[in-house]
Write a protein that binds this ligand. Structure first.
Ligand code: BGC
Length: 362
């Protein structure tokens, strides 16, 4: 087990960002910057022990600061979209959320948690694990959300090749909250192209139906008999081009899938919910979580020519898989609809969810 901290860059507003590298006894290496709590690289072995970086990202802090796409970043207060940048909570209207996706609010707004330097509470190692503890205070009114919100995110890497992300938060006023990490995985290596050959298995019983602007309509539909059914492993490409409206409207997979029996499991034990497997390299990533849902996004918008990726690689659609464990998208808009998750954190409550990405190869 080994940790290393280095200078990463200075942000446009003059704040220094660091890069925190954690390496386990198997050589699995994760580098995270305190800028947005962003996972910058994640190096894992294939079936022959060959090490490659399996997350997409950029070469410099400046790119992370100016590009869109949220590559590797922590996302909040509310991951995904809030229609019209407006919501109601306890009879009050909050209608000043930042509009950054057509007419809607996406991923917490303009700066939010993804484009700031977080505090570093701890960076430590012992013989079992490396740990990076990041903190951020989102002040009352931040991006239009109510309440002072204190967030702690703990990244842990251990010798089971598990990268664990624990999200904790408390608030002094009721606020909607939905935190996630937005890593873009390509288990063939970040530069290896299409992910349509990756096999995916997700223990998810239903999904949130969205409209052409990817706004949840209020319908939660069982996956049975649809291309959204990943309960048995299948290649992502198998149904990708199926004549199915939700896929057509999103240009591929960009949907919130709800884990089986999410009502009784959310917030409880961290359990295995997903497996992503890349047959050429043999790399496998298991997703364990106690979150109720996962946004499965096949990088359909990853095509901004202005922001080349690591090594100058052009952005290309469907070259990464995001498995963003979270609350159900649309929960802010559809409060009171029993098909949706609770999305409100209240004073005195503790938001506490964990997701683990575990790597192996066979
Ligand atoms: C959303 C996509 C969005 C992407 C990048 C994902 O979580 O589902 O629609 O384009 O994030 O912002």
């Amino acid at each position: 087990m080994h940790i290393h901290q280095q200078f990463y860059g200075v942000t446009l507003n003059g704040t220094t960002a660091s890069l925190f590298t954690m390496k386990n006894d198997n050589g699995v290496t994760v580098s995270i910057t305190d800028f947005g709590g962003t996972v910058v690289s994640l190096i894992a072995p294939d079936r022959n022990g060959k090490m490659l970086d399996v997350v997409l990202g950029y070469d410099s802090l400046r790119d992370y600061e100016t590009a869109d796409g949220y590559l590797g970043a922590l996302v909040g207060r509310v991951a995904n979209r809030i229609a019209g940048g407006r919501f109601e909570l306890d009879g009050e209207v909050y209608d000043k959320l930042y509009i950054n996706d057509g007419e809607n609010h996406l991923h917490g707004g303009k700066v939010s948690m993804s484009y700031v330097v977080w505090g570093v509470k701890e960076f430590a190692v012992d013989d079992k694990a490396c740990r990076l503890v990041l903190t951020y205070r989102s002040p009352d009114g931040d991006e239009g959300y109510p309440g002072n919100l204190d967030v702690t995110v703990t990244y842990t890497l251990d010798n089971t090749n598990s990268l664990s992300i624990r999200y904790e938060a408390v608030t002094d006023k009721a606020t909607p909250l939905n935190l996630t990490n937005h890593a873009y995985f390509n288990l063939g290596g970040y530069a290896s192209g299409s992910i349509l050959g990756h096999e995916l298995c997700l223990d998810a019983e239903s999904f949130v139906v969205t409209d052409g602007a990817l706004i949840p309509t209020g319908e939660v539909r069982p996956v049975d008999g649809t291309p959204m059914d990943f309960r048995a492993p299948k290649a992502i490409g198998r149904d990708f081009f199926a004549d199915y409206e939700p896929l057509r409207l999103a240009g591929g997979y960009d949907h919130c899938l709800n884990f089986t029996d999410w009502r009784n499991t959310a917030g409880g034990e961290v359990i295995l919910r997903g497996v992503l497997y890349e047959p050429v390299s043999g790399r496998r990533m298991e997703v364990l979580t106690n979150q109720p849902c996962v946004q499965f996004y096949s990088a359909n918008f990853l095509k901004n020519p202005l922001f080349p990726l690591k090594g100058g690689l052009q952005q290309r659609t469907q070259t990464a898989v995001c498995l963003e464990t979270q609350n159900m998208s649309g929960s802010v808009q559809h409060q009171g609809n029993p098909d949706f998750t609770d999305c409100v954190l209240r004073p005195g409550e503790v938001y506490d969810y964990t997701t683990v990405y575990r790597f192996s190869a066979d």
